[in-house]
Structure formats: structure tokens, C-alpha cells
Design a protein around this ligand. Structure first.
Ligand SMILES: Nc1ncnc2c(CN3C[C@H](CCSCCOCCO)[C@@H](O)C3)c[nH]c12
Length: 231
């Protein structure tokens, strides 16, 4: 048990509902066009919110969780599209680094995903990743660790998916993680992101996403709650 206040964030309602359902003493605060659920899980103080889709909404929510609610660490739970062919629907991936695949000032000779005073790949907290690995081992779960690519587009195209995979050596993709990583790094708050695969970012992505969003989101949410118990 930690005395610290834990932020748990997702992008869509389905990604945090399995978490909110398990909280005690839940109070809600509406702020900045968003709703924040304050409560406890097994005695651990948490604040839970979904940002809405995309990097801008995610940036607002991550910043609010830290600056207004005073959270000391941030755990992201949600679903992702697979790039690596080692990842199937329902599989778990944690990011050791995240990049923005749609950030592009290559016209000035910079690499994709880079802007001055920024970095292409933003790191996550190694201590939290190690806790996740210990949990996975104790539960006999497979947990992939790799780069997650973030961009403001739902990728449903093999060519775009493969370009992202090759360009950033990314294993999965989504639409919020890298922006949350930038916020947490800038505000010196440990950040951890776990995603369960909902689709393979190919021509079937939208159908698979609709079918597996809820079940994959719950897989991720259940694991995140195990993380809270271990902190
Ligand atoms: N292939 C893919 N490309 C990019 N991201 C993802 C993710 C991760 N999340 C899911 C969600 C997709 C929002 S579009 C569907 C919204 O429907 C709303 C109802 O119409 C967004 O928050 C990013 C899973 N598969 C992906």
C-alpha cells in the first residue's frame, strides 16, 4: 500500500468502467468538460477518468489529474491496435517508450516524431514496469514490453500500420499514450501504460475494435487493479 494518490486514466468510458465499478466511497468532480471519479480501491486512494479520444483530450486529463487532483503517479489502462505479429487480440503490452507517429517536421531534416527540445521516444517508469512484470509472472500471464506509437488517427490500414512499425520500431499503436507520457515526464510523475489488443490496425480493425473493445478493456483494467494492489 502506498500513501500516494494514484491516477488511473483511459480514453474511452469502456476502458475505465471496469475500474470505477470496483471502487469504494466514490465521489465525482466535473472539471474542464470532464468527470473525475475519486475513491479508493482496497484502501488505496485513486482518481479515475477517461479523457475522450485523442492526444489533446488526453493531455488535458493527464494534466488535470496531476495539477488539480494532486496525483503522484499515473497508470493508463486501455486497448490498442497490434503492429507486432506476436500480439493477438486480448494480449497485453506495456510500453517502455512511446512516440508520436503523426508528428512530422521532416521538411526541416528532423526525424519523424521529433520537434526541437522534444524527444522521439518518451520513456515510462521502470519501477512500475518491473512491478507489472512480477505480477504477470505470478499470474502466468504473457506481458509484452515494447514501443507504443501514438497518433490522432484510428489506423485501419496495413500500409500505414507497417510504416509506423518500421519507422518507430513500434509494437502497438493507439491515440493517447505518448501525450500522457510527455505530461508525466514534464511534471516529474511516474507513468505506466498497459494496453490490451483489440485489433490489428488493418482492414478489419474497425470491426474487431467494436467486437473486442469491451473484453480487451476489461483485461487491461483487471491487470491495472492488480498493479494498485501491489503498489
Ligand atoms: N487501430 C487503432 N488505431 C488507433 N488507436 C487504436 C486503439 C486505442 N484507442 C481506441 C480508441 C479508438 C477510437 S476510434 C473508435 C471510436 O468509436 C466511437 C463510436 O463511434 C482511441 O481512444 C484509441 C485501438 N485500436 C486502435
Amino acid at each position: 500500500m502506498t500513501s500516494q494518490k494514484i491516477a488511473i486514466m483511459g480514453a474511452m468510458p469502456e476502458e475505465i468502467e471496469p475500474i470505477i465499478d470496483k471502487l469504494d466511497n466514490v465521489g465525482t468532480t466535473v472539471y474542464g468538460n470532464n468527470k473525475y471519479y475519486e475513491g479508493s480501491y482496497h484502501g488505496q486512494e485513486v482518481v479515475v477518468a477517461y479523457s475522450k479520444i485523442g492526444k489533446v483530450f488526453a493531455t488535458l486529463t493527464a494534466t488535470t489529474l496531476i495539477e488539480k487532483f494532486g496525483c503522484d503517479m499515473l497508470l493508463f489502462s486501455g486497448v490498442a491496435g497490434a503492429i507486432s505479429n506476436e500480439l493477438s487480440i486480448g494480449d497485453l503490452i506495456i510500453a517502455d517508450g512511446l512516440c508520436q507517429h503523426d508528428l512530422d517536421i521532416t521538411a526541416f531534416g528532423h526525424p519523424f516524431g521529433y520537434v526541437p527540445e522534444g524527444e522521439v521516444c518518451i520513456s515510462t517508469d521502470v519501477g512500475l514496469r518491473n512491478i507489472a512484470k512480477d505480477i504477470a509472472k505470478s499470474k502466468g500471464l504473457t506481458l509484452k514490453e515494447g514501443v507504443i506509437a501514438t497518433g490522432d488517427q484510428f489506423v485501419a490500414n496495413e500500409e500505414r500500420k507497417n510504416w509506423i512499425g518500421t519507422t518507430f520500431k513500434a509494437d502497438a499503436l493507439e491515440m493517447e499514450g505518448a501525450s500522457v507520457a510527455v505530461v508525466c515526464n514534464a511534471l516529474n510523475v511516474p507513468f505506466f501504460i498497459l494496453r490490451a489488443i483489440s485489433d490489428s490496425a488493418d482492414m478489419d480493425a474497425s470491426f474487431n475494435f467494436d467486437e473486442f473493445l469491451e473484453s480487451s478493456a476489461k483485461i487491461s483494467a483487471d491487470f491495472i487493479l492488480s498493479m494498485v494492489d501491489a503498489l
